[in-house]
Design a protein around this ligand. Structure first.
Ligand code: SF4
Length: 330
């Protein structure tokens, strides 16, 4: 095995437990005021939704998914949505409802916030995620023409004055090489980043990208990050067509995994494969991707009024039925 991966494995085991979780990004909206990042699905939509209100997911559907996360022990990685897709008041209302269901710190990955907005959000969130994607500025300019890194950096400086934590997302496979790792290292140090989510590029139809990165190259980014930052929380994304790499990503020092379509592929050969791979990697998988959870809906939703409870229940049971059906089909 690559000696860098071996070294990262050792550093991981000296600093963390064996626990491994599935991290679920809760998607809030199909709107993004930027909409032109070259790798992003949003950039392929000719008839983009121009009005944020029309693109919003219903709160009842979001809250039903949050309840599923709680019952299946999926961590909420962050609330995710395009730039300017939610007003601050709407976000705060939603976060308050989420925290009635699940007692978990909330991160936001919803673009760049101004100082006044961060001040309003501060009592309700742990931190914000900057969707940096790549720290190679030349590539960044090309692939994210309207999403400027300096705006994210400015937000991070504001976070420092407010004591909010900062995390970033990085996509591997956008054209960078491993010699760009120093740029990432400097960025993490400069902004005192406490969590990083890596993704292997998943090429969408009608984008200029045709191929994701090799798993060993992807894992090397994670391993180098683990070696330089022993305490950093690292989350690694893997798509269902790349699941074999999960073992390597965990050995390279990732704490947890994300990006799996956990509802659509619940209790399928894919979810079972993840559980087996994590076990084989000598880690303990604490999340449930295969057994329909037990629950008491009345109790779980007791904080909500009758109408809201009914709406959430309906959505929850719809998700649950889909998860049960998967088990019968596969
Ligand atoms: S800012 Fe985010 S959601 Fe908007 S186009 Fe870029 S990657 Fe997609």
């Amino acid at each position: 095995m690559n000696p860098i991966i071996n070294k990262a494995q050792k550093i991981y085991s000296e600093n963390f437990s064996k626990n491994c979780y599935f991290e679920r990004a809760i998607f809030l909206s199909w709107y993004c005021s930027k909409g032109d990042c070259k790798f992003c699905y949003m950039s392929t939509q000719k008839n983009k939704i121009k009005e944020p209100k029309l693109a919003k997911r219903r709160n009842s559907s979001i809250l039903a998914e949050v309840l599923l996360c709680k019952l299946c022990s999926w961590n909420i990685e962050f609330l995710s949505g395009g730039y300017e897709s939610f007003s601050i008041d709407e976000l705060i209302g939603l976060i308050k409802d989420i925290r009635l269901i699940v007692n978990q710190d909330i991160w936001l990955n919803m673009g760049v916030f101004k100082k006044k907005e961060l001040n309003q959000l501060k009592p309700h969130i742990k931190g914000v995620t900057g969707a940096v994607e790549t720290t190679n500025k030349k590539i960044h300019k090309k692939v994210c023409p309207s999403k400027h890194i300096y705006e994210i950096e400015k937000m991070f400086e504001l976070c420092d004055s407010l004591n909010l934590e900062k995390s970033i997302t990085i996509i591997i496979g956008l054209g960078e090489t491993i010699s760009d790792f120093d740029l990432l290292k400097k960025f993490i140090k400069k902004h005192n980043i406490s969590r990083i989510t890596f993704y292997a590029l998943n090429p969408h139809k009608n984008t200029p990208f045709k191929k994701g990165p090799d798993s060993s190259y992807y894992a090397e980014w994670i391993a180098r990050t683990r070696i330089c930052f022993p305490d950093l929380e690292i989350i690694a994304g893997s798509w269902h067509n790349r699941l074999d790499e999960i073992s390597l990503l965990l050995i390279a020092g990732a704490n947890s995994i994300t990006k799996f379509k956990a509802i659509k592929l619940f209790n399928t050969m894919y979810s079972k494969k993840i559980e087996q791979i994590v076990k084989r990697s000598k880690r303990e998988f604490k999340s449930n991707l295969s057994s329909v959870p037990e629950f008491n809906l009345e109790k779980e939703l007791s904080f909500f009024n009758k109408d809201k409870k009914l709406e959430i229940k309906k959505k929850f049971l719809k998700y649950l039925n889909q998860m049960k059906k998967n088990g019968k089909n596969k």
